[in-house]
Write a protein that binds this ligand. Structure first.
Ligand SMILES: *[C@@H]1O[C@H](CO)[C@@H](O)[C@H](O)[C@H]1NC(C)=O
Ligand SMILES: *[C@@H]1O[C@H](CO)[C@@H](O)[C@H](O)[C@H]1NC(C)=O
Ligand SMILES: *[C@@H]1O[C@H](CO)[C@@H](O)[C@H](O)[C@H]1NC(C)=O
Ligand SMILES: *[C@@H]1O[C@H](CO)[C@@H](O)[C@H](O)[C@H]1NC(C)=O
Ligand SMILES: *[C@@H]1O[C@H](CO)[C@@H](O)[C@H](O)[C@H]1NC(C)=O
Ligand SMILES: *[C@@H]1O[C@H](CO)[C@@H](O)[C@H](O)[C@H]1NC(C)=O
Length: 509
């Protein structure tokens, strides 16, 4: 049985053959959901019926030694299927109940899923809006529908993806449950650790806002939600709630010890919506472009320090990692669609990039992004080029690092930031960048002051390939990087005036 859906007003990007009839595995009672499975003393309640939701990919940053890296396919219910007009409540999708390959063509955070008959296992009877697990019932149809980026969900909430450039209004939801606390930082201190907004302390020198401003040369700016910079909500906030410098204190009426972090995040966003909806005029939580949930360590994090929608608006942090700049920027990087940066076979091990996991202190180490990610953000586009290496005339470029680019210490037109090797036969391309340890990248130790070669493509994990630098002290012996399809030479000159390094690219027969 194939059911055709009527094309919606928006583009219908999937062929009708994408309406699958389920005949896959029913829910197994041995399934234990790590993110939205409730937890301590929370039992599943069940209901059945039609549901509509937006498909999300959630990426964790694992820190506990034996924790297994596992991204979660989840779905954010449309408010009419959740009740109370509460938006954003997210459920894990029980992927074994879906046909093989069902999620391969999904554009996460923009694809809607309609299920004709779902089993919805909600976490925490009596405790609303905890999320849970959605199972596709046998014989039911599942329809995927692509919406343009930035389209709003029905129900009044306009849901956006986190922007790569411009101002991103960021709200920090500081959870205050019954039984545990974010003991590392007060809400006031957290505003300092995220935005550098100091009240009674000295200003935090390196935070998510300052680091991203510096790496991007001012192109991406995190603005505290309802702050003073031209946001209409700044005058709405009344004195009976604690909402200052972008941080909203959110009391939640439950215990969280041992409760799955995704369930807690759902509770926090539900309570935050109630607080903001009680303001006159109402403030819509999802009108902010990013939402950072800070939740006590006592919740069940499954070995993660934090996790984020990839891409999307939402991130969640364990209290004890929430104030660390490298972890903040790593998660916010996922929100703008950046995947991990690996080396060898380890997905986090390219420590020349904050999408590896090298930076765990309050203020650093200060690191920016590798060549593939730097290309993907578009920040350096005016001074980055696609190169088709010629076999006769080498392409020569003077590379500068992100620090000199962001302060304008270079000559436009003669200095470059990222070189990408054009090759239409492969998806992942080589990106060449000078990993100069200076300014916002001063803390880098991996491939420090070397020219790095990174294989990558937008919305994919990138892989470090090589770190090239002068091989003798005089700097007159040059390393060469060669690969099939990129028979390029990379010749590195002495670090010269204005911190630039020269490279040569050539295609060899
Ligand atoms: C970002 O906000 C600042 C105020 O903080 C404003 O001056 C600027 O015009 C805004 N930029 C964009 C691209 O909206
Ligand atoms: C800042 O310090 C002043 C004076 O000591 C005190 O009254 C106020 O409560 C403090 N504010 C915060 C947010 O800690
Ligand atoms: C929360 O946990 C405390 C013990 O830490 C317990 O006394 C209390 O009854 C619990 N409250 C709820 C609402 O579960
Ligand atoms: C102020 O916030 C409180 C708590 O959310 C709410 O009950 C009250 O209605 C709000 N007052 C105004 C004038 O918005
Ligand atoms: C990348 O990983 C390899 C092992 O796979 C290691 O030999 C190399 O030193 C690493 N690169 C850097 C720059 O540390
Ligand atoms: C180095 O920078 C200075 C000042 O920005 C500029 O005048 C000079 O031309 C630069 N040198 C090179 C080799 O680009």
């Amino acid at each position: 049985m194939h059911v055709l859906t009527k094309p919606s007003l928006f583009a219908l990007a999937f062929a009708p053959s994408c309406n699958f009839v389920a005949s896959a595995q029913p829910f197994s009672s041995s399934f234990s959901s790590s993110m939205f499975g409730g937890g301590n003393g929370v039992n599943f309640a069940e209901r059945e019926g039609r549901v509509k939701c937006r498909v999300i990919l959630i990426e964790p940053l694992m820190v506990e030694p034996d924790a297994k890296e596992r991204s979660t396919v989840a779905c954010m219910l449309y408010p009419e299927y959740e009740g109370d007009s509460i938006s954003g409540i997210t459920y894990e999708l029980y992927t074994p109940s879906f046909p093989h390959g069902f999620f391969e063509d999904v554009d996460y955070s923009t694809t809607d899923l309609t299920i004709s008959a779902a089993l919805v296992k909600t976490a925490g009877a009596g405790r609303e809006h905890g999320g849970g697990v959605i199972v596709l019932k046998n014989g039911a149809t599942a329809t995927k529908e692509l919406h343009g980026k930035g389209m709003g969900l029905r129900g009044g909430s306009s849901r956006r993806l986190a922007p790569t450039v411009g101002n991103s209004s960021l709200i920090v939801l500081y959870a205050v449950p019954l039984d545990a606390s974010n003991s590392d930082r007060t809400p006031t201190q957290l505003a300092n650790d995220v935005f550098g907004m100091a009240v009674n302390e000295t200003q935090d020198p390196v935070n998510a806002r300052s680091q991203v401003l510096s790496c991007s040369g001012g192109k991406l700016s995190y603005i505290p939600a309802c702050g003073t910079s031209g946001q209409s909500c700044s005058s709405n906030v009344n004195q009976s709630i604690w909402f200052k410098n972008g941080v909203l204190r959110v009391p939640i009426p439950y215990n969280v010890t041992g409760i799955a972090s995704g369930t807690v995040k759902n509770w926090v966003e539900a309570e935050a919506q109630k607080i903001l909806q009680a303001q006159t005029p109402q403030i819509n939580l999802y009108s902010f472009t990013q939402i950072m949930n800070v939740i006590p360590d006592e919740a069940d994090w499954g070995g993660a320090a934090a996790w984020a929608y990839l891409p999307g608006q939402t991130s969640a942090f364990r209290n004890s990692y929430s104030w660390r700049m490298g972890v903040q920027v790593h998660e916010f990087g996922h929100n703008i669609g950046l995947h991990h940066s690996g080396n060898g076979t380890a997905e986090y091990a390219d420590h020349s990039c904050l999408l590896g996991n090298p930076s765990y202190e309050d203020d650093g180490p200060e690191i920016c992004f590798n060549g593939a990610k730097s290309w993907e953000t578009g920040w350096y586009a005016t001074d980055s080029v696609d190169v088709v290496p010629s076999s006769t005339v080498p392409f020569t470029a003077d590379l500068i690092g992100a620090a000199d680019w962001s302060t304008g210490t270079y000559t436009p037109g003669s200095h470059r930031v990222v070189l990408r090797i054009t090759d239409s036969t492969v998806t992942q391309k080589y990106h060449i960048m000078y990993n100069r340890a200076k300014g916002p990248n001063a803390g880098v130790t991996f491939a420090k002051d070397k020219v790095t070669v990174t294989l990558g493509a937008p919305q994919q994990v990138s892989w470090h390939q090589a770190a090239l630098g002068p091989v003798n002290a005089a700097g007159n012996v040059y390393p060469v990087f060669r690969k099939e399809k990129f028979n390029g030479g990379n010749k590195v000159s002495k670090a010269c005036e204005n911190d630039s390094l020269q490279v040569f690219l050539q295609s060899l027969p």
